[in-house]
Write a protein that binds this ligand. Structure first.
Ligand SMILES: NC(=O)c1ccc[n+]([C@@H]2O[C@H](COP(=O)([O-])OP(=O)(O)OC[C@H]3O[C@@H](n4cnc5c(N)ncnc54)[C@H](OP(=O)(O)O)[C@@H]3O)[C@@H](O)[C@H]2O)c1
Length: 277
């Protein structure tokens, strides 16, 4: 799939249940803390259902990449930044699309430049939205303390604490977004395929965070599994994690077994490494 190393991170029951009604079947705060600690500053790749289960909000201080064939930049932008951005028209990966996004950002930043490629500059603290598609149609967005960054290829810079939303079809777009934004910023991107999401991922650590469909497709190429094993059986789940094949995966670390007083479930953190690379 790609030469980039990535990990899967998941909480599963003993019968490998992970979801019910587009929610996790439990709320274990120690597990959420563990998840946050591991993924903070990294790239998190998720399917569209999981994005929706998070309330369509990016996980802070991470590069969020939503894998979807249907999500548009408008939906992602609205979702990620709420009512701060007013988008209009239909936005694609073309130059025209970039202009539409420029219009959307105008309300927020008050400063929009349009050209053969769309260039949008917003002061630090504002919200930038860009559409990256093919190289020619890429949007260049700069949000580095008020200075506009332009380039012939997609480039997005965001100061710490800013939010950048980018739909990138091209490798350069995604990579530039993450690289410029640095580890401190919250970035949201939409990828049309898992392969593209992995190409776009730019942080040092890449985590696939679900859900079932995405885990199934990414497990064969994964390097590491971070499993929270919840010691219970969930009978009425609708989403499952694939079986962990012991000939392919070996346990490299496991925690003690903890008890969650709210759910009354025992749970344990287990890390597996692949035997294959
Ligand atoms: N226990 C845990 O640790 C954990 C973690 C995460 C999620 N979950 C749970 O898992 C459930 C959600 O999982 P799910 O299997 O229903 O959905 P999902 O994997 O989150 O998302 C599925 C969607 O992702 C997109 N997608 C999948 N494969 C794609 C591909 N190859 N190329 C492009 N797009 C692709 C499609 O979106 P479009 O339809 O837009 O094209 C598809 O409908 C929820 O219950 C959630 O709470 C549990």
């Amino acid at each position: 799939m790609t030469s980039k190393r990535y990990s899967l991170i998941v909480a599963t029951s003993e019968n490998m249940a992970i979801g019910r009604g587009n929610r996790m079947p439990w709320h274990i705060s120690a597990d959420l803390k563990y998840f946050k600690k591991l993924t903070k500053n990294g790239t998190v790749i998720m399917g569209r259902h999981t994005w929706e289960s998070l309330g369509c909000k990016p996980l802070p201080l991470r590069e969020n990449i939503i894998v979807s064939r249907s999500l548009t930049v408008e939906k992602a932008a609205f979702a990620a930044v709420g009512s701060d951005v007013v988008a209009s028209g239909s936005v694609g990966g073309s130059v025209g699309g970039g202009a539409a996004v420029g219009a959307a950002v105008e309300d927020v930043a008050g400063s929009v430049v349009r050209g053969s490629v769309a260039a949008v500059g917003a002061a630090a603290g504002d919200v930038a939205v860009c559409v990256g598609g093919s190289v020619g149609g890429g949007a260049a967005v700069g949000v580095v303390a008020g200075s506009v960054v332009r380039g012939s290829v997609d480039a997005v810079g965001a100061a710490a604490g800013d939010v950048a939303v980018c739909v990138g079809g091209s490798v350069g777009g995604g990579a530039a977004v993450g690289a410029a934004a640095g580890a401190a910023a919250t970035v949201t991107m939409v990828a049309p395929s898992i392969e593209e999401a992995l190409k776009m991922a730019s942080r040092d650590e890449i985590f696939v965070i679900g859900g079932g469909e995405i885990y199934r497709q990414t497990m064969p190429g994964a390097y590491r599994l971070y499993i929270t094993s919840v010691k219970t059986i969930i009978d009425d789940a609708d989403t499952y994690f694939p079986k962990i094949d012991s000939s392919k995966w070996r346990i490299i670390w496991e925690s003690e077994v903890f008890h969650d007083t709210k759910t009354n479930f025992d749970f344990q953190f287990i890390q597996y490494l692949t035997n294959e690379n």
